[in-house]
Design a protein around this ligand. Structure first.
Ligand code: NAD
Length: 478
């Protein structure tokens, strides 16, 4: 489904008109292409006094060959510390002085692609002013499709009421900055638990790169992985030698997930209803994978999958899902039950069978597709929102058990994604869905798929029990 409005306001005459009458002009988002670097452009590093995440941060950015920038440091001990850590890691960095004369001029060398700030040292509300000090002169220098990442501490790992208060305050800051930064840029908060400091690489790489084009305003929790992360990662093909099952893989978001996991090296087994087996087989043939024509709700499906993957399974993506909209008062019971069985109960039965059979390998990844409706609720979707909120419940409830097995479970919650599902919406609802987010546009199936690929990576063993919205920071819901 094409976004004709975005195409119009990004054309020369349409853009001039939109500017004159003050219409929103969605930026054409940058998206990852194979072989691209993690990020193109300078990454400015900063931190509040007392933070403990700068060293691991610099190690990740150095390994990812990011072009680093640091503050001038002359009058700021914290900037001096950042410079010393970068130099200690044997890395070069250019100096960015937001207050230098001409700093507000638009030349390229004065611009920044990303701002990364370690806020883990903020232990009192009075110290939150460090956010203002770092971002005030830098946020206007962020290029189109730029990235802001703030790192903090989960409440559980804070040592005092004051520290908890100050760390919780970071959420309000990042969510608001996401709403005002504009230019297709995104803002996230990453909370790094005790012992997880060296397990942040896959998350930082994802959030800094164009792979996270439609993810903004999210709070991501990283915890100490239950089993050590596997050795050196091939970041271009992290799933080499791994087997992935994707349900609902014949079209839409499922097809994009299958394609992206195959790009990352996985052998993909796609599953879809028998009625779509020719479409599914075409996808499988294109990816050198395999097709299974099965209904996720069929009584034989869980046992059939446990048997098919008796040799081990590394990634399970529960993507198959339907909508059956109707207000509750007008909804026949079958409409409720059929949807619930497809979107939620079948996932429970399949996972129970796979886990009971010991099919999910160490470093296994289960990824569920929830929805923004499951977070914010939606009129006419009591059945759908119930099922998708239930998916979130499963993720939260199963995360500790999977951690014990050296595996993880997470969910994506897409907002408005351009697919056949959203193309069927009435035009007014469709336009509202597209524009009511910080990026003023719908996402693409690839945006959901890239987020799932980050969860699926063997390097993401510290990312467990998260629900990440792929919604361009939709205005609805937290
Ligand atoms: P889609 O209708 O294009 O694709 C869904 C796929 O699931 C289809 O291939 C379908 O055949 C398959 N499927 C449905 N019932 C099945 C069953 N019983 N057994 C096996 N396969 C079955 O929809 P989509 O937009 O690509 O949605 C994919 C997922 O993303 C769904 O879970 C949906 O709820 C979720 N989602 C989509 C959006 C969006 O904006 N498109 C937003 C939020 C969440």
């Amino acid at each position: 489904m094409s976004d004709r409005y975005a195409a119009l306001v990004n054309s020369r005459p349409g853009g001039a008109l939109a500017r004159r009458v003050g219409l929103p002009r969605p930026v054409v988002l940058e998206r990852h292409r194979p072989g691209d670097p993690v990020i193109r452009g300078r990454v400015l590093l900063g931190g509040a006094p007392g933070g403990h995440l700068l060293e691991p941060l610099v190690a990740v950015l150095g390994e990812a060959r990011c072009e680093l920038a640091v503050g001038p440091g002359a009058s700021s001990p914290e900037e001096e510390r950042v410079r010393a850590i970068v130099a200690g890691a044997g890395l070069d960095a250019t100096v960015f002085d937001g207050q230098a004369p001409g700093a507000s001029s638009p030349e390229g060398e004065r611009r920044l692609k990303a701002l990364v700030f370690d806020a883990s040292g903020i232990a009192d509300s009075a110290e939150l002013v460090a956010l203002h000090a770092f971002f005030h002169d830098t946020v206007r220098r962020v290029e189109r499709c730029g990235r802001v990442v703030v790192l903090g501490t989960p409440m559980r790992d804070c040592e005092s009421v004051r520290e908890r208060t100050a760390q919780r305050a970071l959420e309000g800051f990042t969510r608001s900055l996401g709403k005002e930064i504009g230019g297709g840029s995104t803002v996230q908060l990453v909370l790094v638990g005790a012992g997880a400091e060296d397990a942040i690489a896959s998350t930082l790489r994802f959030l800094l790169s164009p792979r996270s084009a439609y993810v903004s305003g999210q709070v991501i929790r990283i915890e100490r992985p239950a089993v050590a992360l596997p050795g050196p990662i091939d970041w271009e093909r992290p799933l080499d030698g791994r087997v992935a099952l994707v349900t609902g893989a014949s079209r839409g978001i499922g097809e994009a997930i299958a394609t992206t996991l195959a790009r990352d090296g996985a052998r993909v087994v796609g599953l879809d209803v028998p009625a779509l087996s020719s479409e599914l087989e075409a996808v499988a043939a294109r990816l050198g994978g395999e097709a299974i024509a099965l209904d996720v709700t069929a009584p034989e499906t869980p046992a059939a999958l446990a048997e098919r993957f008796a040799g081990g399974l590394d990634v399970v993506v529960h993507n198959a899902g339907v909508t059956r909209d109707r207000t509750l008062a007008k909804m026949p019971a079958e409409r409720w039950s059929e949807l619930m069985d497809i979107n939620l109960c079948s996932q429970e039965r399949i996972d129970e069978a796979l886990l009971a059979a010991g099919t999910v390998n160490e470093h296994g990844r289960i990824v569920c597709v929830s929805s923004m409706s499951g977070i914010a609720g939606n009129a006419g979707q009591t059945n759908y929102a119930t099922s998708k909120a239930g998916v979130i419940g499963r993720v939260q409830a199963l995360a500790p058990e999977l951690a014990g097995r050296g595996a993880t479970i997470n969910a994506v919650a897409p907002g408005f994604i351009e697919t056949q599902m959203t193309a069927r919406m009435p035009i007014a609802i469709r336009e509202a869905g597209r524009r009511m987010n910080s990026l003023a546009q719908g996402g693409l199936p690839i945006d959901v798929a890239e987020t799932i690929a980050w969860f699926a990576s063997p390097a993401s063993g510290a990312v467990n029990g998260n629900v990440v919205r792929v919604c361009g920071q939709n205005l609805l819901g937290a």
